[in-house]
Design a protein around this ligand. Structure first.
Ligand code: GDP
Length: 195
């Protein structure tokens, strides 16, 4: 059977979320700049040319939309946590991210992507608390597990689960580079998008 995410294509990049059209269903990816969201989208779609993998933190300010099928979107929201400006602003995500997540009726699920090695930062924890408060369906993804080292992965997963107060089996733990753990997330995205 053809993998439903493998035919995904880049649809558009937009800095003003109000200008985006509304699909039937969408999922969104959020996380700190450089956490590996672009690589994750490449791994999910098995297309390493799809999302430009940037090397400079904070470079992407736009919302990047990928279409898995007509009107079924994967949305890469701008990375947070590297805001230029006063240090006190660095632990806030751009207002646009909050508005986007809070206002899209078609948003089936938000994936909060964390670095599996360094764990959740303050900004990730505040994002998770906000999603709970707003009752927005979401999942947590620990990325770059290849940096953790094979024997420590299970332990690291349990540690992070405790830090964020969720059961360990609810966490996706994966490496976009090695591909380990990617199929489970793929299935979750496919289910969320009803593909
Ligand atoms: P984004 O800013 O969140 O879109 O992050 P990118 O996908 O551009 O990745 C940021 C950096 O992390 C790049 O140097 C990637 O090569 C690296 N990276 C992404 N995914 C992985 C992974 O699974 N393992 C490792 N070791 N590095 C990764």
């Amino acid at each position: 059977m053809k993998e439903p995410l493998h035919g995904a294509r880049f649809l558009m990049a937009e800095t003003a979320h109000e200008r985006l059209p509304v699909p039937e269903r969408e999922v969104a990816f959020v996380g700190r700049s450089n956490v590996g969201k672009s690589s994750l989208i490449c791994a999910l779609t098995d297309n390493w040319k799809l999302a430009r993998v940037s090397k400079t933190p904070g470079q992407t300010r736009a919302i990047n939309v990928y279409e898995a099928r007509k009107n079924r979107w994967m949305v890469d929201l701008p990375g947070y946590g590297y805001a230029v400006g006063p240090a006190r602003q660095r632990n806030y995500w751009p207002e646009m991210i909050g508005r986007y997540i809070g206002e899209r009726a078609t948003l089936a699920r938000v994936y909060v992507v964390l670095d599996a090695e360094t764990g959740p930062g303050e900004i990730d924890l505040s994002m998770l608390a906000w999603l709970v408060e707003k009752n927005i369906p979401h999942r947590v993804v620990g990325a770059k597990t290849d940096k953790v080292g094979g024997s420590r992965v299970g332990h690291r997963r349990a540690q992070i689960a405790e830090q964020i107060g969720r059961p360990a089996n609810e966490l996706f733990f994966l490496s976009a580079k090695g591909g380990l753990g990617v199929p489970a997330l793929k299935q979750d995205v496919i289910a969320a998008l009803e593909l």
